[in-house]
Design a protein around this ligand. Structure first.
Ligand SMILES: Cc1ncc(COP(=O)(O)O)c(C=O)c1O
Length: 382
C-alpha cells in the first residue's frame, strides 16, 4: 500500500499511541480534582503544554488545547468577533481558506459582520498589497492560512504581518493546520501573528486533539463555556492522554523535521518530473519554495478526479480529490475556482499529499502505476 493522502489525515505513530495508552491506563484522574489522582493528571497536562511551547519557541501560557483545526479556526474567528464587536465588524480573509474558516466567516456574515475575501494569483497566493488595500478603521481580524490544503501554496504571512505592524489592534490569525513539521515555524510564528491553529491528526497523533497558539496579551471570548479549564478560555474536562500523546508526536516531528522535509521534496520532485512529460497532465503545484514540501495537485485533462482516485486505488495507492472534506460532496475545489481554473479542469484535479513515511521507492511505484492509469484513460483523453 502507498498512502499519499497525508493532508487528509496521517497514521498514528506507535510511540504516540503507546503514550496515549499508558496515560489512559495510569493517569486517568480529572486534572481539576484535588485528590491524589488529580495531581499527576494536572502535572502531565502542564508538562505537555511546556514541552509543546518549548519545541515551538513560544510560552506555555500561549498554548491552549482544543479538539483540532476546525475548533481552533472557529474559536479564533468567532472569539475575535465576540470580543471586538464594539470596535468594528469588518474581517479580511482569503478566497482559498479551508471550509472551517470559510463557513465560520459565512455565519458571521449572517450576524451582520462584513467579510472581504481576497483574490489569489495563478499559484493560489494572496498579494500582501491587497491586504493593505482592504484594511479599514473597523477591521478587527485578518485570517490567512499558512499552507493551502488543496494545492500546497505557502501564503506570504511575514509580509502580511509587516503590513499589520501599523494596525496593532487587528488580530492576525494563521490557520497552520497543514504547516506543522514542514520547516515553516519561522513563517507561522513570525512576529505579528497573534493566533495560529493546529490539528494533531495531521502530524501522527490522535483525532480530536489540537491546540491554538494565542500570543500573550491577545484576548478572545471563549466559545465553550463551562468549568473554566484552560484558564477560562476553553472549558471541558481535558483530554490529558490525547494532549500528552500530541506533545510526544510534536517532539518526534521536530526531531525528524529537517530530514523529512528534504525527503518529501525529493519524492515530490520525482513525481512532478514524471508527470511533466505528459501532454494532457496539468500541474497546479510546482517545486518552487512557494509551495510546501508535501502537496502536489494535478489533473489528467478530461478525466474526473474521483475516477483518477479510484484508478489509483486499484493499484493500492491512496490519493484524493483536492480536499478530504469536499471530496465526498463532489464540490468543485474552492482553491482552484479562486485561481480561475476552468470548472472542467478543476473537476479533474487530484491531490497527492506526502508524509515522512513516503520514500523514493513510493515515487517510483506511483510513476509506474501512473503510466498504466494514463494509458487506460488514453481513449477519453484523445
Ligand atoms: C488548512 C486546514 N484547516 C483546518 C482543517 C480542519 O482540521 P480538523 O480536521 O482538525 O478539524 C484542515 C483539515 O483538513 C485543514 O487542512
Amino acid at each position: 500500500m502507498i498512502y499519499f493522502d497525508n493532508s487528509a489525515t496521517t497514521p498514528v505513530w506507535p510511540e504516540v499511541l503507546a503514550t496515549f495508552d499508558q496515560v489512559t491506563k495510569q493517569i486517568w484522574g480529572n486534572p481539576s480534582s484535588l485528590h491524589k489522582l488529580g495531581e499527576p493528571a494536572w502535572n502531565l497536562l502542564e508538562q505537555s503544554r511546556r514541552q509543546i511551547a518549548q519545541l515551538l519557541g513560544v510560552l506555555p501560557s500561549e498554548i491552549i488545547f482544543t479538539s483540532g483545526g476546525s475548533e481552533g479556526d472557529n474559536w479564533v474567528i468567532k472569539g475575535t468577533a465576540l470580543a471586538k464587536r464594539q470596535f468594528g465588524k469588518h474581517i479580511i480573509t482569503s478566497s482559498v481558506e479551508h471550509a472551517a474558516v470559510r463557513n465560520a466567516m459565512a455565519q458571521l456574515e449572517e450576524l451582520g459582520f462584513e467579510v472581504t475575501y481576497l483574490p489569489v494569483d495563478q499559484t493560489g497566493r494572496v498579494k500582501p498589497a491587497d491586504v493593505q488595500a482592504a484594511l479599514r478603521s473597523d477591521t478587527i481580524l485578518v485570517s490567512i492560512m499558512a499552507v493551502n490544503n488543496e494545492i500546497g501554496t505557502i501564503q506570504p504571512i511575514k509580509e502580511i504581518g509587516e503590513i499589520l505592524q501599523a494596525y496593532p489592534r487587528v488580530h492576525f490569525m494563521v490557520d497552520a493546520v497543514q504547516a506543522l513539521g514542514k520547516g515553516l515555524d519561522d513563517v507561522v510564528f513570525s512576529d505579528r501573528v497573534d493566533f495560529a491553529t493546529f490539528s494533531a491528526h495531521k502530524f501522527h497523533a490522535l483525532r480530536g486533539t489540537g491546540f491554538v497558539y494565542a500570543k500573550q496579551g491577545r484576548q478572545l471570548a471563549p466559545l465553550i463555556n463551562g468549568g473554566g479549564q484552560e484558564r477560562g478560555q476553553r472549558s471541558g474536562t481535558e483530554n490529558v492522554a490525547g494532549f500528552a500523546a500530541m506533545a510526544r508526536a510534536i517532539r518526534l516531528v521536530k526531531e525528524k523535521e529537517a530530514q523529512s522535509v528534504k525527503q518529501e521534496q525529493a519524492v515530490r520532485a520525482a513525481i512532478f518530473k514524471h508527470l511533466q512529460q505528459f501532454d494532457h497532465v496539468h500541474l497546479f503545484s510546482d517545486l518552487t519554495p512557494q509551495f510546501a514540501s508535501h502537496v502536489l495537485c494535478f489533473a489528467i485533462e478530461g478525466v474526473r478526479g474521483e475516477t483518477v482516485v479510484h484508478a489509483f486505488e486499484d493499484h493500492d495507492i491512496y490519493i484524493s480529490t483536492t480536499s478530504a472534506c469536499s471530496s465526498k460532496k463532489q464540490a468543485e475545489a474552492s482553491t482552484l475556482a479562486a485561481m480561475k481554473v476552468p470548472t472542467r479542469l478543476a473537476e479533474s484535479a487530484v491531490r497527492i499529499s506526502l508524509g515522512d513515511q513516503n520514500t523514493l521507492a513510493d515515487a517510483v511505484a506511483f510513476n509506474q502505476a501512473f503510466d498504466q492509469v494514463y494509458a487506460g484513460f488514453q481513449k477519453i483523453i484523445d
